[in-house]
Design a binder for this molecule. Structure first.
Ligand SMILES: [Fe+2]
Length: 163
């Protein structure tokens, strides 16, 4: 085998490994978003207390926002021939978010847990953006900008609500 063919093979292997890494990172994010979606819906359902009417609606707006992100991340992966996770078993195996427990929660309990998850998710989308930039993957990098902005805003609002 000549040197040029060897070099070509090495470049192909590097690109393949980078794609696999991006797929892994995006599937971790996708899984976290899916689990967070269900957790927010659980809090929306199991909420109790005098702030129920306002906070029940706010939790719904949070999970609606997350649902859009779930779809956008999965479809961005498909546009790049990456394989998004789509099974509940797979999401649970890949997530770092702890699920809700089918128990009533106060607004303060729910918001404290959502704040902690959103802080985790903000760090994650920043890390995905940085990895995408390194690989010149501008589709993913640009997509992460939306989530950096929305998680930052929601974190600020949750901190204000918890004061
Ligand atoms: Fe509802």
């Amino acid at each position: 085998m000549n040197i040029e063919t060897e070099c070509f093979k090495k470049v192909v292997i590097v690109i393949y490994k980078e794609e696999l890494q991006m797929e892994k990172e995006l599937n971790a994010l996708l899984s976290d978003l899916v689990v967070e979606y269900h957790k927010l819906q659980s809090f929306h359902w199991y909420l109790k207390g005098s702030h129920f009417f306002d906070d029940h609606a706010k939790l719904e707006s949070f999970y609606d926002e997350i649902a859009e992100a779930v779809d956008a991340v999965a479809e961005a992966m498909l546009q790049q021939k990456l394989r998004p996770e789509s099974t509940l078993k797979g999401f649970l195996a890949k997530t770092g978010i702890h699920e809700a427990e089918n128990e009533e929660v106060t607004s303060e309990e729910a918001y404290t847990r959502v704040l902690s998850d959103f802080e985790y998710l903000l760090k994650e989308v920043i890390a995905v953006k940085e990895a995408a930039e390194e690989k010149k993957n501008y589709l993913v990098s640009t997509l992460m900008d939306d989530y950096i902005a929305s998680f930052s805003k929601n974190i600020w609002m949750l901190r204000q609500a918890l004061k």
